[in-house]
Design a binder for this molecule. Sequence first.
Ligand code: ATP
Ligand code: MG
Length: 645
Amino acid sequence: MSETIFPVPAEVAERAHVDNAKYLEMYKQSVENPDGFWGEHGKRIDWIKPFSKVKNTSYDYHNVSIKWFEDGTLNVSANCVDRHLATRGDQPAIIWEGDDPSESKVITYKELHREVNIFANVLKAKGVKKGDRVTIYLPMIPEAAYAMLACARIGAVHSIVFGGFSPDSLAQRIEGCTSKCVITADEGLRGGRKVPLKANVDKAADKAPVDAVIVVKRTGGDIKMTEGRDVWYHEEAAKVSDQCAPEEMSAEDPLFILYTSGSTGQPKGVLHTSGGYLVYASMTHQYVFDYHDGDIYWCTADVGWVTGHSYIVYGPLANGATTLMFEGVPTYPDASRFWQVIDKHNVNIFYTAPTAIRALMGAGNELVEKTSRKSLRLLGSVGEPINPEAWTWYYNVVGEKRCPIVDTWWQTETGGILITPLPGATDLKPGSATRPFFGVQPAIVDAEGNFLEGATEGNLVITDSWPGQMRTVYGDHDRFVQTYFATYKGLYFTGDGCRRDEDGYYWITGRVDDVINVSGHRMGTAEVESALVSHPKVSEAAVVGYPHDIKGQGIYAYVTLMEGEEPTDALKKELVNHVRSEIGPIASPDLIQFSPGLPKTRSGKIMRRILRKIAEDSFDNLGDTSTLADPAVVDDLIDNRQNRH
Ligand code: ATP
Ligand code: MG
């Protein structure tokens, strides 16, 4: 791994909320006196009834229980909307950029307030009450944010299902939380293509019946409306008042359920509650992105993922920020779109995923360089380990060596960012998520759960709770305990492998399942992938282990080449030699398969579980593939597999 250090630029430190000395002091206080620290920072949001208790959490395997600010009451939508009206009512809350570059609009806090109130009254009129679950299956349109905040306003619990999911996956998730109301649109629009959202809801509702379907008109496409169940949102909105008093909620009342992306197995219904989640989402948003009033902030995630919940909607809006919401995809109309949107709206802070960075890197520098990007000040990455090659490209080409990169490690389960640089405080090392956020106590343990000290490598655990932590798996507390607290009793197990270096920096090496053992040498697949991607002809790589008679495990690499490169045997040899010289002979791939596409979840993560099966030449039972973005990729991989018995 690369050990080049990028020090904090002086002008960044000067402007930032915290420099390194302040980080160290605040971090120390946050772990030595969590009640004092969070008691203070808990006041960053508005409480109806202030809390008197701060932390009440137990990681005891027999009694896992997580409560923060438990006797306080608040309303999340009032925090994200109403409280900004007096000071910034006319400031943009949301800048919406449509799929088609000619479409965009600005929603001020005043307008947001009106829209959320109306949406809340529509929900009430359809019989939705406090505590009810509402499934949201919408494209990236402002109504998605209105719907989330409307649920929060009346105390309903939203469960967003990403618009790319199939009717079956949607039905599963409607049933999973016994939701009686679905909010959708006639059709979505992504990359110029229409997505039949309402038709999918119809199919899902055949399996998982609901009482009400509220349909937002997006494209005007031809859809079927079922009498007595389906209503047009705009028709209902015209009938209700634009005033809806926010419900007083307890800090520990549920805010939302979100199913994890399912890269490792059956998705889990992660439950987040109101007070602690909002404190943590807003605080991380302010400090990690060093957000200041007036900044234009853009997170490219979909609201169907936790990143969209915490860092498009709840965190930024709680902070009175301007958050950009993008309906489209990075490659439409062409692969210059992100950079054009940055120029169009003068984006200062840009947060995206390694999968997008690698794809855009593969498209060539001209597409970036023809844009200005002068407004950019900070870049962010989330979702997977970012290989140093992609990091360096992002830093040099996109950020023109001017913008620090925050590589943020976290999970659906954690509610917000746990390990990350702070731009004014942390010297960067490409590929490292660096240091813990306030209140977060990471540790590395071996397979038996022994704590490993100093520079070391093993399994990443967190030893104590932070306010944004999930509270349970919806309806299945035992699954929550078994999944996260049973492997190492008394510790939250992340499922991720991790290395800590001499400077105390954390490097996520991938899922623990992705660590391979070649002739007794343990290595993270991310390391071999980084080496492959550092070859100029390689755009993306995924590495898995497969049973090998002599070595125990062999290295099987799936490689996607840059546009226009020929997949030849000579190139395979060249790649093997390249990895040998980058890491050493022990890491040489045994088998390389050129693959035009990799199986990815709809959030863009490589589904290694499937790649492992194909590499093992046992692909009859690939398990749950319902979360795959493009199932056809799998057939091509099977046809061209390199390990045939
Ligand atoms: P499932 O839990 O259903 O298998 P998932 O883990 O992909 O799905 P998410 O909660 O979306 O669902 O992803 C969290 C995981 O993503 C982390 O556990 C980690 O493996 C990876 N990850 C996220 N951010 C980073 C990062 N900055 N560096 C390295 N890995 C990251
Ligand atoms: Mg996970």
